[in-house]
Design a protein around this ligand. Structure first.
Ligand code: ADP
Length: 640
């Protein structure tokens, strides 16, 4: 039988496992038990609609057996099993999403040996972790619905074989041949019943199927009836199959009986994160729909979070049976980062006839959970700024998408969760905090949109607002401006771009003075429009500049930042959406005076000035110059 080779990436991880100096090798058992439990879930689910399974809920179990002489530890389950093809695909390659992430972390840690070993502990690396303690592994499996069983066998990196074999019952037996003890590591501990028992208690106690094992125990022999006064108690050993885990799922246990450490471990194990959750939410609801929920807010963005691959949802159980791994209906889009479990007896089990019949119950649950999640986030925001900032950095963008989505129907619920950079200090601020700091005469909540806070604070348009002592929110993400437009106003205060002409209220005198200036500048402005042609849609005397000579703004619904965003999308239709550019000039600046003189006396020079000011405005707005070398030539020609 020819040996098949592992796929390259899998081989690397395998090598790492085999040669691991990782000190918590014990996690291998947790990984195998968790696989067995998943396999049982799958068959239990099938049995709901398929009488052919012939097993009831209480028949499903995981059994452990130790043979000290043969140095084997066997993990058996009567779950769904694997076909030859599945053995090949599941055990020949690294398929699981967690492993993918593991691979990426590995790539990052490349060259740093010690980093490798940490990564092992942090991720569940699944089946392969067994190679940390075993030098030979045999997986015998018979898939549900199949008459033939197959055996997958491997001694590690040099490949594996798959051969047909006999197996009476559906399910999987995994036999680990435990490595010989070395100087560093006593592998024999994994053949000791007490050690195994402790490991199950530590990592797999909540597994909802019995994990059984033949345990050797000692007991005092019964005292013979005719024993005399000098009778000394005698001991005997006996074996008995015991269930090692308590089987109570964590979410069924009252919160006061569970430690945060247990919640953390459950989260990390179940959702494949190596970091602890930022927050844990428990819900025990009774009413029209009864359910228990255990939710987590992760502390970092999953690598695929903003891709199509990421699937939101909570695990849905009904009376202990896993109905759906990712029930999307339980979570609104804006909280799609939440992980967790919902268990309700009110979703009946013949769910194969479409989940539709349960939408009402699911709706009730999801509406409730949405409130709970919101409340927990608000609590974090109030009580633990540092944690909230971690949350915000990981998922803030998603909350903003939530504000914008569905024509803004969720904005009221999400508004208070929003955080922004601002001119106040380098901490993030909420709209409520901004409002509290507002000056008495301040009419608007101001914002500026651009690449980063540093650049925004130096924008010519910002000067006059900041000089008034008003705070500006610095918006640096694509979605921000859409977000502002959707919100419109916050508690009676309109949100206002600093680019808006009426961003600062004008007195009648100011208005009059401005009109006069515009009138005086009429010739210069029409000269600019003529010279610059369709590069701009208008040129005007600015009301938003203070000491700076020039800037670019936009008329109409598309702002300059939106235009940049549309261009970045690469989408042809969107890329065509351009802002109507407006060149704004400061009539009190020296540059304007020079331009005016030139328009009156030297049209050629005036054309150069017009081009120069236009390019300056582009640069300040972070917009690309159409022809940088022509611009350089222009500047240099003026130096003559
Ligand atoms: P993961 O469990 O995260 O998917 P593993 O490497 O541990 O990654 O397992 C790979 C796949 O092999 C599993 O997804 C599952 O399909 C299959 N598998 C592993 N163990 C069993 C088992 N005891 N019974 C049935 N299928 C199994």
């Amino acid at each position: 039988m020819a040996k098949k080779q592992f796929k390259t990436e899998s081989k690397r991880i395998l090598d790492l496992m085999i040669n691991s100096i990782y000190t918590h090798k014990e996690i291998f058992l947790r990984e195998l038990i968790s696989n067995a439990s998943d396999a049982l879930d799958k068959l239990a689910y099938k049995s709901l609609t398929d009488d052919g399974v012939g097993l009831s809920r209480s028949d499903f179990k995981i059994h452990l057996a130790v043979d000290k002489d043969a140095r084997t530890l066997t993990i058996s389950d009567n779950g769904i099993g694997m076909t030859a093809e599945e053995l090949e695909n599941n055990l020949g390659v690294i398929a699981r999403s967690g492993s993918l992430q593991f691979k990426e972390e590995m790539a990052k840690a490349e060259g740093a040996d010690s980093a490798d070993t940490d990564i092992i502990g942090q991720f569940g690396v699944g089946f392969y972790s067994a190679f940390m303690v075993a030098d030979h592994i045999t997986v015998t499996s018979r898939a549900y619905g199949s008459d033939t069983a197959y055996r997958w066998e491997s001694s590690g990196a040099d490949g594996y074989t798959i051969t047909p074999c006999d197996k009476e019952t559906v399910g999987t037996d995994i036999v680990l041949h435990i490595k010989e003890d070395g100087e560093e590591e006593q592998y024999s501990q994994y053949l000791e019943q007490n050690r195994i028992e402790r490991l199950i208690k530590k990592y797999s106690d909540y597994i909802r199927y019995p994990i059984t094992m033949e345990m050797q125990r000692e007991r005092m022999k019964e005292k013979p009836k005719d024993a005399g006064d000098d009778y000394k108690p005698e001991w005997e050993t006996y074996t008995e199959t015991e269930t090692l885990n308590s089987m109570v799922p964590l979410w069924q246990r009252p919160k006061k009986d569970v430690t945060q450490e247990e919640y953390d471990r459950f989260y990390q194990d179940k959702f494949g994160d190596f970091e602890k959750p930022l927050a844990t939410i428990t819900v025990d609801a009774e009413g029209t729909v009864s359910y228990k929920a255990l939710l987590f807010i992760p502390g970092r963005t999953p690598y695929d979070f903003y891709t199509r691959e990421y699937e939101k949802g909570l695990q849905l159980y009904s009376s202990g049976v896993l109905i759906m791994d990712k029930c999307g209906d339980l979570l609104p889009e804006h909280f799609r980062f939440v992980k967790g479990v919902v268990d309700t007896p009110d979703v009946s089990l013949n769910i194969s006839r479409e989940l539709l019949q349960h939408t009402r119950q699911l709706k009730v649950i999801s509406t409730n959970l949405e409130k709970k999640i919101k409340a927990e986030l608000s609590r974090l925001q109030k009580d633990d700024g540092e944690k909230y900032e971690t949350f915000w950095n990981a998922f803030g963008r998603n909350i903003k998408y939530g504000v914008v989505s569905d024509y803004g129907v969720h904005k009221d619920m999400l508004l208070d969760l929003l955080m922004f950079h601002s001119s106040h200090d380098d901490k993030l601020t909420s709209l409520a905090q901004y409002k509290e700091r507002m000056a008495e005469d301040q009419e608007f909540i101001y914002y500026a949109v651009g690449e980063d806070a540093g650049k925004l604070s130096k924008l010519p348009q910002a000067e006059r607002i900041l000089d008034k002592g008003y705070e500006i929110l610095y918006l640096t993400e694509d979605v921000d401006e859409f977000c502002m437009q959707t919100i419109g106003e916050y508690e009676g205060k309109k949100l206002k771009s600093i680019d808006d002409e009426d961003a600062l209220p004008e007195s009648e005198e100011e208005k009059k003075a401005a009109e006069e200036k515009a009138e005086e500048a009429k010739d210069v402005l029409s000269f600019l429009k003529e010279t610059l042609g369709n590069k701009i849609s208008d040129a005007r005397i600015s009301k938003i500049l203070k000491s700076h000579p020039v800037c670019m703004t936009a008329d109409g619904p598309v702002s300059l930042e939106m235009e940049k965003y549309f261009k970045r999308t690469g989408n042809e239709m969107m890329a065509g959406m351009s802002a109507q550019r407006v060149l704004e000039l400061n009539p009190d600046s020296d540059a304007f005076a020079a331009l005016k003189r030139a328009v009156e006396s030297d049209k050629e020079l005036a054309k150069k000035y017009a081009e120069l000011l236009y390019c300056q405005a582009l640069l300040i707005a972070d917009l690309p110059l159409e022809d940088p070398s022509a611009y350089t030539d222009l500047v240099c020609s003026l130096m003559k």
